[in-house]
Design a protein around this ligand. Sequence first.
Ligand SMILES: [Fe+2]
Ligand SMILES: [Fe+2]
Length: 297
Amino acid sequence: MQGTDRSRRAGAMIVRRLAITILVDNRADLPGFGREHGFSLWIEADDRKILFDTGQSDLLLHNAELLGIDPGSADALVLSHGHYDHTGGLCEVLGAGAGAPVYCHPRIFAARFSRQPDGTMKSIGIADEPAKTLRRHIDAVRWVTEPVRISPSIGITGPIPRVNGFEDTGGAFFLDPEGRRPDPVEDDLALWFTTPAGTIVVTGCCHSGIINTIACVTRQTGNPAVYAIIGGLHLLHASPDRLARSCRALEAAGVTGIVSCHCTGESATDYLRAHCPCETIAGAAGLRIAFPAQPFA
Ligand SMILES: [Fe+2]
Ligand SMILES: [Fe+2]
């Protein structure tokens, strides 16, 4: 009996079965699936179902239906940060009356803007209707201002310290429409899972930088290695120096596989594929990866 209790406790320390399905992404290769500039994942971790981000629109419902997934049945909703392309489907998900906890940082509601290539400013914060819906469900919100454990083997980083000198985590993001106050996107957070294969890291836009994110996750897990990464890596405008140093840091962390999604950028994905010793796959809506993933083994 004692042995059974011990093995049950040990089981709780690790996610035995992890499957991650891309509901919304900038790419969609499979017939019938829609794509948009946005990101959403459906995560099955043993008997727990987690919705990570909600895309830009109600597209996640269309794609989820094709996959036979009901986003309203999630046990938890995690919002990586307050950009419109990660929070746009909130009305559809929360409107269904789901009482699941919603994990996010208090800056989720911040007004935010980005400077476009032509110099104009675009509002990119959470849209009005999703914000109203989230406020209506405020009792379900669990503010993530520091590391949070959903379970002993599933963690949310909370704000990610920007500790290395080579990841430029700035960009054309501002807190005011005049573009005077830079937005550090301090609400950016990542999700991690401890699995038999190792640590799996899930990112939204990764505004904190993937190497800073890995440093943050490995501190929290106590395991210096990361097995795989899935999510947006925000490397669209990364310098050659940043890409090269990121590759070296990914190798040092023992990363075996990357599913590069959303805002990573095609050229950065190609660079990772060519220069990182790990396997790099381009994500797309409808792709389901069961860990340990075959290409990463
Ligand atoms: Fe994004
Ligand atoms: Fe973003």
